[in-house]
Each structure stands twice: as structure tokens, then as C-alpha cells.
Design a binder for this molecule. Structure first.
Ligand code: ADE
Ligand code: ZN
Length: 330
């Protein structure tokens, strides 16, 4: 209880969060009923019991199936509002939310609907509770670069309308076999347009994908990045250039990126001077929100209060909020 109070009280941001990964089974069933969609599971309990993943792809299959209940603006609003209330309860003061428009436009949902529902919840929480959020529109890397360009073109007319919150671009979905260079041109275009850039790298993929995300995509942060540890020169570079890693401990455990939380490398990376942060990734699927992630590593890795405070501080420094300076050497 005292550890929990300490963690909740830490000022912190959540920087690695897929909004579609916050859909709890209860909300999936409610939206399925509302939209007359038939699910392959008889009950919420049965769905939850299917959340036993062996790798990233086995999770992604269920994640995309779950997202298929999202149809209307109100669905996107309800999902986002439910997440923001959970984040607020964990003492989060700022979030940077990824969303995957291609998951929805492929099913015939207009990209305008996706933006509108998410943005309405974000703006309402900002006004009512002072919790700020930015949006990172993310491309699915198992799809083509052409599809990413089409998504960018479809979204750009909305940029003015959402310029206060839509600050960046991300890259997610199946990593191995879909390396950063596949998206080099579309990321170059996004950078020219003035977006902040992030990409998943070094979750299941090798350290070379982390290097390529930095050198070819010019990202500001690496999502996950835990496999960087296998390459000591890369680790030195991440320290020297103070490139943030948005680490997701419970996700890594559930997707078998690590076998035991006591073996997670976030403490080693932190103690070497990397800008590591703690995040929930897809909390409805991985057994916990950001506070649960802090608690899990605090206990399993015996982190001190000073270390927990450093992780929280890193999340503000690594955020795209103006006014938190990182040691900019790049
Ligand atoms: N999409 C949602 N969660 C993801 C993860 N952990 N890795 C890659 N793509 C994702
Ligand atoms: Zn992720």
C-alpha cells in the first residue's frame, strides 16, 4: 500500500500506449452488442482466458479481432475515455497515445471517425481534469509502405483541426520481417512535415532494427528497444545520445520477450544511464495499467524509491511536451 501511494504520487507520463490495446473484454462485448457484431467467444471470461500468448503475433491476432467492434465515433470516445480515467487514477499527468487507423479503415470505418472519437475524449479530459494527451498516428508495418502513404494522405486534411494534439507518427505491428528500411520514404516525408517520430524496434527484432530506426527513420524515441542490450556499442550510443526507450515490462513478460520479471533488463539499463521509461503498451491484454507496471518491476527488481522517481522523471523528459529538456546531443 505504501509503495502504491508512492508510485501514484510520482508525476509521470505514459508514452507507449496503443489505444486499441485498452479495450477490456467487458467493453468489447458491450460494443459488439451495440453494433450487432458477432464475436468468436461466448463470454467475457472466455475471451480473457484466450489471452495466453506465446509471441507478438499470437497477441496481434486477438488485438485486431478485438478492435473490430469499433465502428462509431462514440465507440472510439468511450474506449479513450475509459483509458484516460485509468491513467488518471495511476497519477499520470500526460499521455502520448498511439492509434492504428489502418485497422479501422480496412473495415470501412472513416479515418475522420477514428480521429474525432479519440480527440473528443482527449480534449474533455484535458479540460475537466488537466490530464494532457498527444496522439501518435501509427502505421502497421505488416502492410505496405504504399498503404502507409495512403493513410498519411487521408489524415493530412485533418491536421489543422487536431494540431493541438496530433504531434507524431509511430510504427507498430509485426516487427520481424518488416524492418525499418521498408518505411524509410514515408518516415522521411513525415519528418519533412514536422511530425515527431517513434518506432517499435528491438522488441522481437534484432539490435540492427534499433540502429536502422535511428539512422534510416530518424526517430526521436525507440518503443521497447530491450534487445539493444545484446549490442554493447548500441547501448553506448543510446547512453551518449540519450535516446529514450519506452519499455513495457508486463508486455515483455506476456509476449515471452522475457521469461521472468526478475530477469527483465530495465533495471540494468537504468543503472547504466539509459533514458528508460515505464509503460503499459496494451494494458487490457497484458494484465495491468502503467501503475501495475511500476509495481511489478519495483517488487521483482528491488528498485529503490530514487530509481522509481528517476523512471518517472525520464517519462517527462522523453515526452514531446515542450519545456522538459533532454540532454540534446543529436
Ligand atoms: N501493436 C500493439 N502492441 C504492439 C506491440 N507490443 N508491438 C508491436 N505492435 C503492437
Ligand atoms: Zn507497443
Amino acid at each position: 500500500p505504501k509503495l502504491n501511494e508512492f508510485i501514484v504520487a510520482l508525476p509521470k507520463a505514459e508514452l507507449h500506449l496503443h489505444i486499441e490495446g485498452t479495450l477490456e473484454p467487458e467493453l468489447i462485448f458491450e460494443l459488439a452488442r451495440r453494433n450487432n457484431i458477432k464475436l468468436n467467444y461466448a463470454s467475457e471470461g472466455e475471451l480473457r482466458r484466450a489471452y495466453a500468448f506465446k509471441d507478438l503475433q499470437s497477441f496481434l491476432d486477438l488485438y485486431y479481432a478485438g478492435a473490430s467492434v469499433l465502428i462509431t465515433e462514440r465507440d472510439f470516445y468511450d474506449m479513450t475515455m475509459a483509458y484516460l480515467k485509468r491513467a488518471q487514477a495511476d497519477g499520470v499527468c500526460h499521455t502520448e497515445i498511439m492509434f492504428d487507423p489502418q485497422t479501422h479503415t480496412e473495415r470501412g470505418v472513416a479515418i475522420e471517425t477514428v480521429f474525432a472519437g479519440i480527440a473528443r475524449a482527449v480534449r474533455e479530459m484535458q479540460q475537466q481534469a488537466g490530464l494532457t494527451s498527444y496522439l501518435l498516428m501509427s502505421f502497421l508495418r505488416h502492410l505496405s509502405e504504399e498503404s502507409a502513404f495512403e493513410t498519411l494522405e487521408a489524415a493530412l486534411p485533418l491536421r489543422e483541426q487536431y494540431k493541438d494534439i496530433w504531434v507524431g507518427i509511430g510504427l507498430d505491428s509485426a516487427e520481424v520481417g518488416n524492418p525499418p528500411d521498408k518505411f524509410q520514404r514515408v518516415f522521411t516525408r513525415c519528418k519533412e512535415l514536422g511530425f515527431r517520430l517513434v518506432a517499435h524496434a528491438g522488441e522481437e527484432g534484432p539490435p540492427q532494427y534499433v540502429r536502422d530506426a535511428l539512422d534510416l527513420l530518424h526517430v526521436d524515441r525507440i518503443d521497447h528497444g530491450v534487445r539493444s542490450e545484446e549490442d554493447p556499442d548500441l547501448v553506448k550510443r543510446l547512453i551518449r545520445e540519450q535516446i529514450p526507450l519506452t519499455v513495457c515490462p508486463l508486455s515483455n513478460l506476456k509476449l515471452c520477450v522475457v521469461d521472468d520479471m526478475q530477469d527483465h533488463n530495465i533495471a540494468r539499463l537504468l543503472r547504466q544511464g539509459l533514458v528508460v521509461t515505464v509503460n503499459s503498451d496494451d494494458p487490457a491484454y497484458f494484465g495491468g495499467y502503467v501503475g501495475d507496471n511500476y509495481r511489478a518491476i519495483a517488487t521483482s527488481l528491488k528498485l529503490s524509491k530514487a530509481e522509481l522517481a528517476k523512471l518517472a522523471d525520464n517519462s517527462l523528459v522523453a515526452s514531446f511536451l515542450p519545456g522538459y529538456r533532454k540532454n540534446q546531443l543529436r
